[in-house]
Design a protein around this ligand. Structure first.
Ligand code: ZN
Ligand code: ZN
Length: 266
């Protein structure tokens, strides 16, 4: 299996980075985690061949915030003539009914067509614990975010954990995985560590980089890749964040749009 990062920015896209979207190519199956603006990269070279080679397409949603879902209305355009299964967390995980949430989100005047009228798009719910998706064991757990998000574990290959505060339970959830994609929103010493009880707007429900590195070390993952980067910071800040985190966990890097990783077991 091959992992391609299509969008590594949080909130809003920048010139360098699109918002959250990660693709896993497994033979003729394509698993796409979140549908932020990074989804658009699948429409053009050099990433279009991922679509052309795929006979089975699955999109797995972590939650409904727009930086993770703004591409959903365009699925029939990105995957023309194809069947796409969208997997969203069940209400028992998040308190939100996925069908109702998507009908609220994908409708005029916010999107050109209603969710139920998107050609070839089917919704399935994922449950807490193990799910069978495209022949893989996909484990799901709820995370603490401003609205509840979920983390995904794809076999022992990949863990996707974004839009969450750093959570000690992630260490067990990610134990032994080849690659941990985890958000890193700020470096200790910046907000909210300097603030009193309540963090400044935009920091609640997000992760501090050194705490994330400690989770990766406890989980003994093969590699930690920082994603969902803060668009109010710049590349220099991301590099500094990874350098600091490397003192806690050696194999950490900043994810970049277009970066590819092998998910072969280590
Ligand atoms: Zn987000
Ligand atoms: Zn979010």
């Amino acid at each position: 299996m091959k992992l391609t990062l299509l969008g590594t920015q949080g909130w809003i896209p920048t010139r360098e980075r699109a918002t959250t979207c990660f693709a896993v190519e497994d033979g003729e199956r394509l698993l796409v985690f979140d549908a932020g603006t990074g989804l658009s990269r699948l429409a053009r070279p050099p990433f279009q061949p991922l679509v052309e080679r795929s006979r089975e397409i699955h999109v797995l949603l972590t939650h409904y915030h727009l930086d993770h879902t703004c591409g959903l209305a365009y699925l029939p355009g990105i995957f023309p003539g194809r069947h796409v299964t969208v997997h969203a967390p069940a209400a028992s995980l998040t308190g939100v009914d996925p069908g109702r949430a998507l009908e609220d989100l994908i409708r005029p005047p916010y999107n050109p067509r209603e969710w139920r009228r998107l050609d070839g798009v089917e919704l399935r719910e994922v449950q807490a614990g193990a799910n069978d998706i495209a022949g893989h064991r996909v484990v799901v757990r709820a995370q603490q975010h401003t609205d509840t998000s979920v983390a995904y574990r794809l076999d022992d290959a990949l863990v996707v954990s974004t839009d969450t505060a750093a959570d000690p339970a992630t260490a067990e959830f990610a134990a032994g995985a080849s690659v941990l994609l985890h958000e890193a929103w700020y470096l200790g010493g910046g907000p909210p560590a300097t603030a009193s009880a309540s963090p400044p707007p935009g920091y609640a429900g997000h992760s501090e980089a050194l705490a994330v590195a400690a989770l990766a070390a406890a989980a003994r993952v093969g590699r930690l890749v920082f994603v969902h980067l803060n668009p109010l910071e710049d590349e220099t800040a991301y590099t500094a964040m990874a350098a600091a985190a490397r003192r806690v966990f050696r194999a950490v890097e900043v994810g970049s749009d277009g970066a590819r990783f092998s998910l072969d077991l280590m």
